[in-house]
Design a protein around this ligand. Structure first.
Ligand SMILES: [Zn+2]
Length: 270
């Protein structure tokens, strides 16, 4: 019992030490792992993923993914500079790749490592709608949702004492867990969805991000309607806990004016 109490108090101390304030939301969120610890493992997993999958280069779609990624990156940098927190993106090494995969999916790992699957392109149909997706995915990353999700699942799987395993352990299980936490895979632990509130936040901040990047936020509504019509055919990140279509469309409508305002204030004229 004593040991348990010790670990419990250690855990509480850890929790107190690692709650960080997010410059976008002003909310205090759990961060068990600092970016400086998390990014190297994220970058390694991204590199491994690219090595094991077919990366498309040189096509019009691949060029679009690159261009779009660059614009979203600039938008994030402008937004954070505007909020007075340019340091929030320290250590980011943005990268964007189109990967051959039929799954309707896209994801962004910590530090700006983005993958778009070819399977989502028939649903997005345009660069503008792909900007909805990329804005949403990058928002998950900027808001540290994956980290919170990973923290929760690591707690569940390994207990508080296993937290250091996230960065120290390179076992296939731990790596798969980390990939799953960012929407990239579901082989080992099953689908691990973001919570509905995280999905809503990613919609909200993703919409602002795409607008600052010079894309039309209105496209979000028809895009999510197409996505919704797919039902269970979408990849892990777009399954399950997404807000109901009606709620999502209503929320997006409410955030539209804010997205346009931010874009007018800090976006680049296009
Ligand atoms: Zn999402």
């Amino acid at each position: 019992m004593k040991t348990r109490a010790f670990f419990l108090s250690l855990f509480v101390v850890l929790l107190a030490l690692t709650c960080v304030s997010n410059p976008f939301t002003g909310k205090s969120t759990m961060a068990f792992v600092q970016n400086s610890e998390l990014f190297p493992s994220s970058f390694r997993q991204y590199r491994d993923f690219l090595g094991e999958n077919q990366v498309i280069t040189g096509t019009a779609d691949a060029v679009m993914v690159e261009r779009l990624g660059g614009r979203i990156k600039e938008a994030a940098e402008k937004w954070l500079a505007n909020e007075g927190h340019p340091e929030y993106l320290d250590g980011y090494e943005w990268e964007y790749h189109l990967v051959l995969n039929d799954e309707v999916n896209a994801w962004c790992m910590p530090g700006g490592k983005i993958v778009v699957y070819t399977g989502i392109l028939p649903v997005t149909r345009s660069e503008n709608a792909l900007a909805v997706v990329m804005g949403h995915e990058v928002a998950h990353a900027l808001l540290n949702h994956g980290q919170q999700r990973m923290s929760a699942s690591v707690l569940q799987e390994l207990g508080a004492t296993g937290l250091s395993l996230i960065t120290a352990d390179n076992s296939p299980e731990t790596q798969a867990l980390a990939m799953t936490a960012y929407g990239a895979g579901s082989q080992v632990f099953g689908t691990l969805p973001f919570s509905r509130s995280h999905e809503s936040e990613a919609d909200h901040y993703g919409l602002i991000l795409m607008a600052i990047a010079g894309y039309d936020p209105e496209e979000a509504v028809p895009f999510w309607e197409r996505m919704n019509a797919l039902g269970g055919a979408a990849g892990p990140e777009f399954l399950s806990t997404h807000p109901s279509n009606e709620t999502r469309i209503r929320d997006l409508g409410a955030w539209m004016a804010e997205a346009r305002e931010k874009a007018a204030a800090i976006g680049a004229p296009r």
